[in-house]
Design a protein around this ligand. Structure first.
Ligand SMILES: *Cc1c(COP(=O)(O)O)cnc(C)c1O
Length: 368
């Protein structure tokens, strides 16, 4: 796949929907009128056509190869975003177990998730970072786990910019991880989790498709009384074709996985790239803590969403405007945290991060 851009593009630091790899967009564009060997667009063909089934199988196989997903895990392509998973997880994995669900609250998304779980049954908050405004993470191996249906965590808190750097290692609990904003940013040990889910529009594709990776035995918990669409078992039994799946989204997720395999060379390489990119920005924060105030504690900083504040609202506005004038777009922080948020997902090229770093250094030198 070529990396040359046919048109001018800005460096897009949006938190989501977010930047996609140029070769992915080019391939999708090239094949949009007619998929090779098909004579029709991906947008036009039946989800039951042999061409689409091949595309979906290919996407699943690439995810399995990239993440080393064990054979006893199922991969589902669903709709409704990660928000629907906030409800489907407790409906399927808690209902009928007679046990509470445990939640680790490390930021905004974890709080939205527990709110939905409370509608379904008893929840226990294992840890809550609210007192320090969600700027740090607990050590997952040292929490006091009880006898629960599952333990829910958010691998990367997209709004606060804090991220677990490793997988939990407590085999007595069933971990469910919301990996929406860092899915496939590093190799993970899938076997440490009962379930992983990720809406695609942050780090894996377009809005409209959510990847669910679930251990086979957990599907037995899904009760027949659940509405069909909300039941993992019905999706699994139908091979993600319980209803018409989000065909275009699945196709693009497959292209992103192919890019990770063939252009990037796998998740270990992607992880190194992500660390290199984030380091460029964190070095500036560390050099000038009196000017750029990072939101996150150093040990818990996210490789995906870099959050920081400038000395004043006015300087923040000026910074965002100067950035936009240099084609560095969508840097405003989330309204609940303020300041700047630079989302530098897998597809953000290091050139974009370096350009932002240069502006940060120059801006500080002019305004500090
Ligand atoms: C964006 C995001 C969500 C919500 O995803 P939707 O697809 O909008 O439902 C959930 N969790 C995290 C960590 C996110 O970043």
């Amino acid at each position: 796949m070529s990396t040359k851009m046919a048109v001018d593009r800005v460096f897009n630091f949006s938190a989501g929907p977010a930047v996609l790899p140029v070769p992915v967009l080019e391939e999708a564009q090239r094949d949009l009128l007619s998929l090779p060997g098909c004579g029709a667009s991906i947008l036009e063909i039946s989800h039951r056509s042999k061409q689409f089934i091949a595309i979906m199988e290919d996407a699943e196989q690439r995810l399995r190869d990239l993440l080393g997903i064990p054979a006893n895990y199922k991969v589902l392509f669903l709709q409704g975003g990660s928000r629907l998973q906030f409800s489907m997880v407790p409906m399927n994995l808690m209902r009928g177990t007679g046990k509470p669900a445990e939640y680790v609250l490390t930021g905004s998304w974890g709080n939205y998730a527990v709110k939905e779980a409370k509608r379904e049954g008893e929840t226990r908050v294992l840890w809550d970072g609210k007192a320090t405004n969600y700027d740090r993470l607990p050590n997952l191996d040292e929490l006091e786990y009880g006898d629960s249906a599952y333990v829910h965590l958010t691998s990367n808190e997209t709004i606060q910019g804090i991220q677990f750097a490793s997988d939990p290692n407590r085999s007595e609990s069933v971990f469910v991880s919301d990996m929406s904003s860092d899915f496939m940013h590093r190799p993970v040990d899938v076997a440490r989790y009962g379930m992983i889910y990720a809406c695609a529009q942050k780090n894996a594709g377009p809005a409209g498709v959510t990847v669910v990776i679930v251990r086979e035995d957990l599907l037995e918990r899904s009760d027949d009384s659940l509405p069909g669409y909300l039941n993992y078992k019905s999706h699994n039994d139908a091979g993600s074709m319980y209803n018409t799946p989000p065909t275009f989204g699945i196709y693009v997720v497959g292209l992103v996985a192919k890019w990770l395999q063939e252009d990037v060379g796998g998740l270990a390489n992607m992880y190194q790239r992500n660390r290199d990119k984030a380091q460029l920005l964190y070095d500036v924060l560390d050099e000038s803590p009196e000017f750029y105030q990072g939101h996150a504690q150093v040990s818990d900083r996210s490789l995906m969403n870099v959050t920081f504040r400038l000395p004043s609202e006015e300087l923040t506005k000026t910074f965002v405007a100067e950035a936009a004038a240099q084609q560095l777009e969508s840097l405003e922080g989330h309204r609940s945290v303020g300041g700047i948020r630079a989302s530098i997902y897998n597809a953000m090229p290091i050139e974009g991060v370096a350009a932002l770093r240069d502006l940060m250094v120059d801006f500080r030198n002019r305004h500090a």
